[in-house]
Design a protein around this ligand. Structure first.
Ligand SMILES: Nc1c(C(=O)O)ncn1[C@@H]1O[C@H](COP(=O)(O)O)[C@@H](O)[C@H]1O
Length: 162
């Protein structure tokens, strides 16, 4: 399977959140790689990773970080690939710090920011697949099927109200 998506995170401690993006990509049969890379702790690696990503065949980058979450924005500064930012829930401020660090990008360097935590990571995986689905009919088809499953689950959930 071609590796189209990069799922990167500032620390191994973000994996519990970021694994939800990877689970969606697994379900939709989208090839991805996962890596810890930090704007703060490994700045040179982060710059190089972002610079060569397009040349390596990556189409979308999902970047998750918590606290002073500079990773998504700094990666976006070094590539014109679409970057989806996932605010990881921080202990001290519940992820509001992460959200504000990621979402308030200056004009010209966008990061598509999703919600804090697990739901955000899940949506990041879906959004990456939706971007690929613009030109990949097989991915678009699997997205349609997933949407139908979500609809069905909600319809059936009324029966569980006991
Ligand atoms: N926000 C960043 C960046 C970055 O933005 O480059 N690198 C690490 N971190 C964050 O620090 C938090 C605590 O990390 P540790 O658990 O390793 O101490 C993590 O949520 C990580 O994303």
């Amino acid at each position: 399977m071609e590796t189209s998506v990069a799922v990167i995170m500032g620390s191994k401690s973000d994996w519990e959140t970021m694994r939800h993006a990877c689970e969606v990509l697994d379900e939709l049969e989208v090839g991805y790689e996962k890596k810890v890379v930090s704007a703060h702790r490994t700045p040179d690696l982060m710059f190089e990773y972002a610079e060569v990503a397009r040349g390596r065949g990556i189409k979308v980058i999902i970047a998750g970080a918590g606290g002073a979450a500079h990773l998504p924005g700094m990666v976006a500064a070094k590539t014109t690939l679409p970057v989806i930012g996932v605010p990881v829930q921080s202990k001290a401020l519940n992820g509001l710090d992460s959200l504000l660090s990621i979402v308030q990008m200056p004009g010209g360097i966008p990061v598509a920011t999703v919600a804090i935590g697990k739901a955000g990571a899940t949506n990041a995986g879906l959004l990456a697949a939706q971007i690929l689905g613009v030109y990949d009919a097989a991915v678009a088809d699997r997205l349609e099927q997933k949407r139908a499953r979500i609809t069905q689950e909600v319809l059936e959930s009324s029966d569980e109200l006991v």
